[in-house]
Every structure is written in structure tokens, then in C-alpha cells.
Ligand binder design. Structure first.
Ligand code: ADP
Length: 449
């Protein structure tokens, strides 16, 4: 196991990784921007190094400064967390070429999965179901027209190098295809430096269901079941749960097997997530793989009993997974509510000073956060300031537990989305588990707040 690692991230995920290090007896090095001097991660770590000015591209994405901090502190490995440089294969290359260990998958699997067209071709070979469409790149409008006709409208034109919900255009009729197609190509070239696009049938009422996988360097890959992530606004997840209330045992088995097949196809090492869209008839299709730890990993940890960050560190140091698939049992239900410093219904950011913070507690309530009373939330980064996670024997009890946890949570001085969660948890559609990726936005529009 490592003696010392550097965490190339901030906020709650840096705190989460530092906590895992402390429990494993690993020394942790935090990096922080000039705006994050007082952030919890910089205080909790054994050592902290300032890596530059507030804007992310000058600090948390500043590869030279991060590598200098690693050298200065003699760190043996780098954990990238999520966001920032987590899916940057060049950064992983640099870490490895510098003789350090990259706590994540190989740069090669990151590259394959980072390019949607290449990823889809790999997945097709591995027998993972794909959304009907072009599979490969589409260069000419005549091909686009033919594929759209075969798939049937609506279709979605997507940038191969796209990410974060950008570089996609939904097209409802042949007449608007030529314009949308060339716009998508031009925008992709400008935004991602790669104008390659492809076409998929646009699924109209899907759920977003993803499979958590974990692989070691000895060729073992397991899944930790699925997560239901359909509760989204603007492609941003708001509340996640595991297992999905929509799946029966047979569908679970199929989608989890597809997740493992996807990971095996790229010899995956570490923690990763395979995202699928699922139709109301339970047919499901691969959309992409995230080659990193995700925000919502705690719900999978809770139902499976596997500490994902601990195992990221263990497999990166060369350990074998200590369990086989049949030893991983799904236990109970877990829900995560993302707490954002933003207006609950207008979604405007609300940085500022936290005048009072009181975290919920009690049985089976977990809070992953970097905030504290007196902390000033800087305006430069993501608005997520923490996560509340609850676990219970079944979904109904888990919702009740989350409701009481949300009622206990006190954050004064800034505005948060706490009230959104309180209303959502009380919503009959949510309680019945009857929702898809459009539910939250439709409900917000109806409320007209
Ligand atoms: P990104 O890498 O930008 O996150 P994804 O391919 O994961 O792109 O798609 C992001 C979101 O866009 C999905 O979660 C889903 O809501 C929507 N989406 C993508 N592809 C389709 C599709 N074929 N049909 C319907 N919705 C889609």
C-alpha cells in the first residue's frame, strides 16, 4: 500500500479521499487554490500545497503545478477525484511517466471511453446493447439522412468528443436535419477540437440507470449493482438511489452483466460507471462510461458494503480484489440528496458565508461535505457543497429517513436546494418510483415557482 498520496481535487470528494487515507494509514497531500485556503480539505490533509489562483484552469487543472506539488511532497500516487483532470488521459500519462501511480484506469481505457464513437465500436464488439443509430462516425449529410430514416425520428446528433451534456442536438424531422447536422459538426470542432459526430435514435421517455464496476490489475472485474439517476435537471443529477425501483431481478442481472462486459472490453482497472438509458419496456442501451469515481458512489457503497475509495487505493497499489461477485450481496436501499448552494427553484448560485451549519445524524445517515460554520463558499467552483445519504431496509423506510435527515439539516447564511429535496421526497410520483429523466423538469414547470 502507498505511504503518501496527493489528491488533485477539492471540496467534498477531496475530504472523502483524505478520510479513506487516514483509515488506511496513508499520508495525504491536499492541493488548494488561493480561494480555498480555508477549505476543509486543505485543513484535514497531513500536508497542503497551494497550486495557484482561484480559477480552476489555473489551479486544479494546472498540471505543472500539481506535478510540482507531488514532487515537493514526495507523493507516490495521485487520486484525481471527479471533474477537473479526472478523465484527462494526458494527465494520467504524465503522472505515470513521472514514476508516480495514477489512481484510476489505464490512460488507454480512458482514451477509448473518452471518444464516444470509439467506445461504441468497442461496446458493439463486446455485445453491449447500443442505441440504434449510426454506431460509427457520420461525415456526410446524405449518410445522416439515410441513418435518420432507418432509425426513425426523433434522432439525436452527438459529438464524439462531447461531454457534460454539451454537443448534442435533437432533431424531430428530416427538414431540420441538414442544419442541425452541420451546426453540431461546427460546434463540436470549435468546442472540443474534433468535429466528429454520430447519430442515435432519441429515446423519448427513458430512465438513466448506471452500473458501478470495480476492477483490479489481475483481471478481476465485479459490479456493485445499479444506480437510479433519472432525477435530473439540465443533465445534472439531483437525487440518486440504489437499487433502481424500476428493475426486477432478471433485468438487474442483464444490465449488470452488460456493465461488466463493457468494463472487460477495455480491461478496466479501478472504479468506473457504465451509463445506460432504459426504455419503459426495460430495453436498455449503453450511452457512455465514466472512467472515474462518481459523486453518487456512496449509495452503491451502502447497499454493497464495499468501500469504493478504499478499493480504488488498494487496486492502484496492486492488490487483488478480496471478494468475488457471488460474495457481494445487495442489502437494503440507499438514497443520496445533493446539497447545492443555489436557489431551490430558480437555481441561481448562492456563494457566501455559512453562518450556521448543523448536519443531520442518527441511524444510517451519512454526510459527505466540506462545509462548516463560518466557511465562505467561493464563487469559482461547482455549487455542490455536500451530500446527505441515508440507508434503510427498504425504499419506503429509506425515504422516511431521508425526509427526517433533510428536516434536521440547517445551513444558514446562504440559500440551498434543501427545500427542493423536501418537496421532491414528498412527491407521490417519486415515492411510487414512477419517474424518468424528464420528471423533475416537468414537475418544476408545473409548480411554476
Ligand atoms: P455527456 O457525455 O455529455 O454526458 P451522454 O451521452 O452521457 O453525454 O448523454 C447525456 C444525457 O443526454 C443523457 O443522460 C440523456 O439524458 C440524454 N441523451 C443522450 N443520448 C440520448 C438518446 N439517444 N436518447 C435520449 N436522450 C439521450
Amino acid at each position: 500500500m502507498f505511504h503518501k498520496i496527493l489528491i488533485a481535487n477539492r471540496g467534498e470528494i477531496a475530504v472523502r479521499i483524505i478520510r479513506a487515507c487516514k483509515e488506511l494509514g496513508i499520508h495525504s497531500v491536499a492541493v488548494y487554490s488561493e480561494a480555498d485556503k480555508t477549505c476543509m480539505h486543505a485543513r484535514l490533509a497531513d500536508e497542503s500545497v497551494c497550486i495557484g489562483p482561484a480559477p480552476g484552469n489555473q489551479s486544479y487543472m494546472n498540471i505543472a503545478a500539481i506535478m510540482a506539488a507531488a514532487e515537493l511532497t514526495d507523493a507516490e500516487a495521485i487520486h484525481p477525484g471527479y471533474g477537473f483532470l479526472a478523465e484527462n488521459a494526458e494527465f494520467a500519462d504524465i503522472v505515470i511517466e513521472s514514476g508516480l501511480t495514477w489512481i484510476g484506469p489505464t490512460p488507454e481505457s480512458m482514451r477509448i471511453m473518452g471518444d464516444k464513437v470509439t467506445a461504441k465500436q468497442k461496446m458493439k464488439k463486446a455485445g453491449v446493447p447500443l442505441v440504434p443509430g449510426s454506431d460509427g462516425a457520420v461525415d456526410h449529410i446524405e449518410d445522416a439522412k439515410r441513418i435518420a430514416k432507418e432509425a426513425g425520428f426523433p434522432i439525436i446528433v452527438k459529438a464524439s468528443a462531447g461531454g457534460g451534456g454539451r454537443g448534442m442536438k435533437v432533431v424531430h424531422a428530416m427538414a431540420s436535419l441538414p442544419n442541425a447536422f452541420s451546426m453540431c459538426q461546427t460546434e463540436a470542432a470549435a468546442a472540443f477540437g474534433d468535429g466528429t459526430v454520430f447519430i442515435e435514435k432519441f429515446l423519448e421517455e427513458p430512465r438513466h440507470i448506471e452500473v458501478q464496476v470495480l476492477g483490479d490489475t489481475h483481471g478481476n472485474i465485479v459490479h456493485l449493482f445499479e444506480r437510479e439517476c433519472s432525477m435530473q435537471r439540465n443533465n445534472q443529477k439531483v437525487l440518486e438511489e440504489a437499487p433502481s425501483p424500476f428493475l426486477d431481478a432478471a433485468t438487474r442481472k442483464k444490465i449488470c452483466a452488460a456493465g461488466v462486459a463493457a468494463a472487460e472490453a477495455v480491461n478496466y482497472v479501478g472504479a468506473g460507471t457504465i451509463e445506460f438509458l432504459m426504455n419503459p419496456d426495460k430495453s436498455f442501451y449503453f450511452i457512455e462510461m465514466n472512467t472515474r469515481i462518481q459523486v453518487e458512489h456512496p449509495v452503491s457503497e451502502w447497499i454493497s458494503g464495499v468501500d469504493l475509495i478504499e478499493w480504488q487505493l488498494r487496486v492502484a497499489s496492486g492488490e487483488k480484489l478480496a471478494f468475488t461477485q457471488d460474495k457481494i450481496k445487495m442489502k437494503g436501499h440507499a438514497i443520496e440528496c445533493r446539497i447545492n448552494a443555489e436557489h431551490p427553484f430558480k437555481f441561481t448560485p448562492s456563494p457566501g458565508v455559512i453562518e450556521l451549519y448543523h448536519a443531520p445524524g442518527g441511524r444510517s445517515v451519512r454526510v459527505d461535505s466540506h462545509i462548516y460554520t463560518g466557511y465562505t463558499i467561493p464563487p469559482y467552483y461547482d455549487s455542490m457543497i455536500g451530500k446527505v445519504i441515508t440507508h434503510a431496509r427498504d425504499r419506503k423506510k429509506c425515504i422516511r429517513r431521508m425526509q427526517r435527515a433533510m428536516d434536521e439539516l440547517v445551513i444558514l447564511g446562504i440559500t440551498t436546494n434543501q427545500e427542493l429535496h423536501q418537496r421532491l421526497l414528498a412527491n407521490p410520483g417519486f415515492q411510487k418510483g414512477e419517474f424518468n429523466i424528464h420528471f423533475l423538469e416537468r414537475w418544476l414547470n408545473q409548480m411554476n415557482l
